[in-house]
Ligand binder design. Structure first.
Ligand code: HEM
Length: 356
């Protein structure tokens, strides 16, 4: 049988990138996505995701040196800062990433709310997103208590006070819940295993649903919500590259912040004293707590959570344009304004004892 010239040519050596593309199935990620998916407003979820990866990596390192016994906790943080290689930098990167990720998650949430990305068929993903919002705030709250300085002791005390008002529902936050393990140690477990596991489960479903529905359509005068899977002028691998680019930028920012502005550690905590204010993401609750006590910490977040849960149930028209969803946006705008004004008032207000 005759052989052709091309059959006689020795096989060409595969380049490393060809090898990698074939082994990873990267070609499967080149499906179309709408061009607006590469705009920063549609990348905030992806940036938050990269931030969570930085938090996991730095958190795992710190967990090797942190001691969650109340009598040892703050001193183990001092050891982490002064005696552990790169300890202070890693802790500061964790601290700054937590601040920035909280901001990007809030902005991502506002983008979804204002572009009506929760409408059919994306309602389920809105509920999953609310779970992720809870995980984010839960992680910041439990994390702020772990260093067990004055701020940490007060964070635990507020949890105990609010838990005490909730009866059986708040039992986890009382010292009687477990005679063998302190609340601080249980916060450590929540912070390092329960919330990361919840995050992994929720983000898995979140990404699966985004993949099923495609990104929500661009908002213009007559746009209506629909499944966009398979539509678009750009490609998913291009979107992933933009996400990785912003992720690298985030890493550079937290590295610089960590190098020049180390994470703070306050004086050892005095139980029963109130000398600090909560972090910025919780500080807006401070005036309400000053007026109504620990009940404010239960009632206001519950009302907000209830309202957010109702959003896709109440706002069911298919239209995305802000002009066709005035009431939702006006109500959301008013609530946002009240939160911002409360935050500013709280920042100016003196620290007043409102612990029991
Ligand atoms: C830990 C926090 C979160 C992460 C890492 C995350 C991640 C993502 C990613 C990567 C996307 C793709 C588009 C984009 O980035 O804008 C997305 C879309 C989406 N997210 Fe999140 N998310 C988080 C929290 C939330 C929250 C708090 C909500 C709302 C309650 C939410 C609701 C949605 C919805 C409905 C979509 C589909 C948006 C669309 O199709 O335009 N997510 N999320």
């Amino acid at each position: 049988m005759k052989t052709t010239a091309s059959q006689q040519r020795p096989p060409q050596r595969e380049t490393f990138s060809e090898w990698l593309v074939e082994r990873t199935g990267w070609k499967g990620l080149t499906y179309p996505v709408p061009a607006h998916a590469n705009k920063i407003w549609y990348l905030l979820g992806g940036i938050s995701f990269v931030g969570f990866l930085i938090l996991f990596a730095t958190g795992i390192y710190m967990a090797q040196f942190y001691n969650a016994q109340p009598s040892e906790a703050r001193q183990s943080v001092v050891y982490l800062i002064t005696g552990v290689p790169l300890g202070e930098l890693i802790r500061s990167i964790h601290f700054w990433t937590a601040q920035i990720v909280t901001a990007t998650v809030i902005l991502h949430f506002l983008r979804i709310l204002f572009t009506a990305a929760y409408k059919k068929p994306r309602e389920l993903n809105w509920f999953i997103g609310l779970g992720l919002l809870l995980v984010t705030f839960g992680a910041v709250y439990t994390g702020s208590a772990l260093k067990y300085d004055q701020e940490g002791v007060e964070a635990l005390q507020h949890a105990t006070d609010a838990g005490g008002l909730m009866g059986a529902l708040g039992a986890f936050f009382s010292s009687e819940f477990s005679r063998s393990v302190s609340l601080l140690t249980r916060f450590f477990t929540v912070h390092t295993s329960i919330l990361p596991l919840a995050f992994a489960a929720l983000i898995g479903i979140h990404i699966y649903l985004i993949n099923q529905h495609g990104i929500s359509p661009k908002v213009d005068a007559d746009a209506t919500a629909h499944n966009t899977k398979g539509e678009g002028e750009s490609r998913f691998d291009v979107h992933l590259r933009s996400m990785a680019g912003y992720g690298l930028l985030l890493f550079a920012i937290v590295l610089i912040l960590g190098l020049f502005f180390p994470a703070p550690l306050g004086q050892p905590g005095i139980p029963g004293e109130e000398l600090t204010k909560p972090w910025w993401m919780f500080v807006w609750l401070f005036p309400a707590e000053a007026a109504w006590g620990a009940w404010a910490l239960i009632i206001i977040p519950s009302i907000l959570a209830g309202l957010l849960f109702l959003v896709p149930i109440v706002d069911r028209s298919p239209y995305l344009s802000p002009l066709k969803r005035k009431w939702v946006l006006i109500l959301a705008g008013i609530i946002l304004l009240v939160i911002i004004v409360s935050g500013v008032v709280a920042t100016l207000q003196p620290v007043s004892g409102h612990l029991k």
